[in-house]
Write a protein that binds this ligand. Structure first.
Ligand SMILES: [Ca+2]
Ligand SMILES: [Ca+2]
Length: 361
């Protein structure tokens, strides 16, 4: 695979322009739906997503904005998870809809929340809702003003997590929009970029964003993944299987794929906190806890290839539930917890380290 070096780009116009790395527009393989039976991408294994799903932790009640080229909601694996509102197009392409004519946004959306339909694939948070915020046009590029308007809109329209798989230069307006979303309680996740040693893209480069590097199946940093001190976490980002327009599936590689993996993991965590009626941590707090609970990769401790390491939603949830004791009222219990589960202790460690467990009683 060839990953051309990419650097943040500015157009000759006044506005900064953000782009999808062009190599992410060309899938390695495209599959028809009838070839797949609720397949899990390899990335589910190191993230222990099956264990969480089997506990009933599936992102229910959480809305994720995919700030990208739109989403193909005619795809049967995405249609069930379309959020009730908030689909908007901020680009100058086909202004009247938010459809994805590129494929990138649809691929990112499936990594987060391809639905449990019995066929196709399963997303990281298969019960979460997806909001299409089209900020990149039908050529995969977006003006800063589109992206910033989309970021603010997502926060206003009820998105709780923003997944931003694009990159460009530093821009005070872009940072202001991200701060606006964070102030409204959103968690913002952004790609490191595919520049290799050519530096981290923005918005991933802002300290405010959770900046994501890509790793491969051996949990080694992908050669294209942008290196730098702004990295927070790593996630699967090589040969990732997800939804593609036209009821198809494709494998793509990029930090663009790693970013929605982190967004999906955070959706699982946020959904569980909501289900239990627990407070939602701030962006700074969830970033700190995600770093603390990450699986260290590459050189010991923080490194500029993988940041603090692979996001570990099980450990992150344990930490959150351990440090914030769940409410213990006489009842009624929050929906889904009518049984005897009192703390994460009952199904932590051993259980989450690979042993099969039965569903939540
Ligand atoms: Ca499916
Ligand atoms: Ca490390």
């Amino acid at each position: 695979m060839n990953f051309p070096r990419l650097i943040p780009t500015y157009s000759d116009e006044l506005e900064p322009i953000y782009r999808i790395p062009p190599e992410e527009l060309i899938p390695e393989v495209v599959l028809r739906a009838d070839r797949l039976a609720e397949e899990r991408d390899w990335g589910h294994l190191p993230l222990q997503l099956r264990e969480l799903h089997e506990r009933g932790i599936r992102g229910e009640g959480v809305t994720i904005a995919i700030c990208d080229t739109g989403i193909d909601f005619t795809h049967p694996d995405l249609a069930p998870n379309k959020a009730a509102n908030g689909h908007r197009n901020f680009t100058s392409s086909a202004r009247d809809d938010y459809r994805d004519r590129v494929g990138h946004g649809t691929h990112c959306a499936g990594i987060v929340a391809a639905a449990d339909t019995g066929d196709g694939i399963l997303g990281s948070a298969p019960d979460a809702k997806l909001m299409a915020v089209k900020v990149l046009n039908d050529r995969g590029a977006g003006a800063s003003s589109w992206i910033n308007a989309g970021t603010r809109h997502a926060a206003d329209a009820g998105a709780e997590i923003l997944s931003q798989s694009f990159g460009g230069g530093e821009d005070p307006e872009s940072l202001a929009a991200i701060r606006y979303a964070i102030a409204k309680g959103c968690w913002v996740v952004a790609a490191a970029g595919n520049a290799g040693h050519g530096g981290i893209d923005y918005p991933g480069g802002y300290p405010e964003s959770i900046c994501v590097a890509a790793c491969d199946e051996d949990l080694a940093v992908a050669p294209f993944s942008s290196r730098g001190k702004a990295l927070d976490l790593a996630a699967p980002g090589v040969s990732i299987l997800s939804t593609y327009p036209g009821n198809r599936y494709a494998r793509l590689s990029g930090t663009s794929m790693a970013t929605p993996y982190v967004a999906g993991c955070l959706a699982l965590v946020r959904g569980e906190l909501k289900k239990r009626g627990l407070p939602i941590p701030s962006q700074a707090e969830i970033e700190r806890l995600s770093r603390e609970t990450a699986k260290d990769l590459d050189a010991p401790g923080f490194d500029t290839n993988t940041g603090f390491g692979l996001i570990q939603p099980v450990k992150l949830l344990e930490k959150l539930l351990g440090t914030t004791p769940p409410p213990n009222p006489p009842g009624p219990w929050p929906s889904g917890y009518t049984g005897v589960i009192t703390t994460i202790e009952e199904y932590d460690r051993g259980v989450f380290q690979g042993r099969k467990v039965s569903a939540v009683p």
